[in-house]
Design a binder for this molecule. Structure first.
Ligand SMILES: Cc1ncc(COP(=O)(O)O)c(C=O)c1O
Length: 399
């Protein structure tokens, strides 16, 4: 019972103001800009040459089928659409698809998978530290902290030179305590675009295994880098090397269903029995958070992956999205030697070696909107905007 006056005063109206997410602020600024030639390379969605984020034709076809064939919207349970997860299994796990020590479930997007995975880690080992590379996707630290786990940064990227600080990363991971978590980006690193090479993955896997760390891999852009299998190299290597692995996966980009919130969480432990036990915890945690994931997007993905023709068509759509990203990368990289690093990177993002002041000047002078860190979405550019963007960036980099 609340008797203390100060306690009574703590109603909803007394909540402190929230520091708004800087990316959301950027979107609001861009939306408010009336200049017709503004360039939005802040928000992280794939765009076509005309600057649109279209619905994939395979998703449209699947949704059509869904409307015609779905007979109930009754509850599915905390695991969501089990056939969806089953169909995703070989795409993500490759040669490990038949390993009964690995179990997955549907989640509300990659964010849901991340939160659920870290909740599980916190339940198993509340004292563990989560080591993440700097810089990382800005939503990682708050998600980790929200479950009460402590974050530790390891060096990942040297922005000035556009290279991975690999030796520093390895040295830092060697300091991690057994049972700690190493958070890794599966592919298409956000925000840098700098992916580990296959050999670097091997070295990281060895350190992770030697130190008894749990690799937690966030893979939100499979297929946007080198190819679906190539982009899953790190995921599969960790599954081969380590007994305990957590994977947060998202279909929101590679099926272009961002707002439908489609993702999955995967867990590997040392035996099928312990995995089943861990999965029971996962279901219980999911039940407390969202009870069960939204169905529509996953149902559409399920229809595509269950139909060989639609699946083949989707593979072509993914290849088209990837090709556009990589073509834009090459075009920007060849414009100036100082941008050459962009051609060696993968996925939608890269970071320009610009100061915050230079980024703000680009915004004010050229109506170009990117994150203060210099992160920009390569595929945010329409065909008509590329040359103007390159010219403005080269000008900002100076003579
Ligand atoms: C690195 C990374 N992980 C996870 C996500 C989450 O994706 P979703 O929209 O499926 O929650 C994103 C989305 O931007 C991301 O960039």
């Amino acid at each position: 019972m609340l008797t203390d006056t100060a306690e009574k005063a703590r109603g909803l109206a007394n909540l402190p103001p929230v520091q708004s997410d800087s990316l959301l602020q950027l979107i609001a600024l861009c939306n408010a800009d009336q200049r017709p030639d503004k360039i939005d390379v802040g928000v992280g969605v794939w765009r076509d040459g005309a600057g649109n984020t279209p619905i994939l034709r395979t998703i449209k076809a699947a949704e059509q089928r869904l409307v015609e064939s779905q007979v109930t919207k009754s509850y599915l349970g905390s695991a969501g659409d089990k056939r969806f997860t089953e169909l995703l299994r070989p795409i993500l796990l490759g040669e490990h698809a038949d390993d009964d020590r690995i179990a997955g479930l549907q989640t509300p997007g990659g964010c849901g998978a991340l939160r659920l995975g870290f909740e599980l880690i916190a339940a198993a080992n509340p004292g563990s530290h989560v080591h993440f590379g700097a810089p990382t996707w800005p939503n990682h630290p708050p998600i980790i902290q929200s479950v009460g786990l402590e974050c530790v940064e390891y060096p990942y990227y040297e922005r000035g030179q556009g290279v991975i600080r690999f030796e520093d990363m390895i040295a830092s991971l060697r300091e991690a305590a057994p049972g700690d978590v190493a958070l890794l980006h599966g592919c298409c690193h956000n925000p840098t675009g700098a992916d580990l090479s296959d050999n670097q993955w091997r070295e990281v896997a060895n350190v992770v295994a030697e130190r008894g760390l749990i690799p937690f891999i966030d893979i939100a852009y499979q297929g946007f880098g080198r190819g679906l299998d190539e982009d899953a190299f790190g995921v599969r290597l960790m599954l081969e090397t380590c007994d305990e692995v957590v994977i947060a996966q998202s279909c929101d980009k590679n099926f272009s269903v961002y707002r439908d919130r489609v993702g999955s969480l995967w867990i590997k432990t040392g035996s099928a029995e312990t995995t089943a036990k861990a999965l029971a915890h996962v279901f219980q945690i999911a039940r407390q958070m969202w009870s069960m994931p939204p169905d529509h997007g996953a149902a559409a993905v399920h229809i595509i992956l269950d139909d060989p023709q639609l699946k083949n068509d989707w593979l072509q759509e993914v290849a088209l999205m990837r090709d556009r990203i990589n073509a834009l990368r090459q075009r920007i990289a060849s414009a100036d030697p100082r941008l050459a690093f962009i051609g060696r990177q993968f996925g939608m993002f890269s970071m320009l070696p610009l100061s915050k002041e230079q980024v703000v000047r680009l915004r004010e002078t050229h109506a170009i909107y990117m994150a203060d860190s210099g992160r920009f979405n390569i595929v945010g550019l329409s065909d008509a905007q590329v040359d103007r963007f390159i010219a403005a960036v080269v000008e900002a980099l100076g003579a």
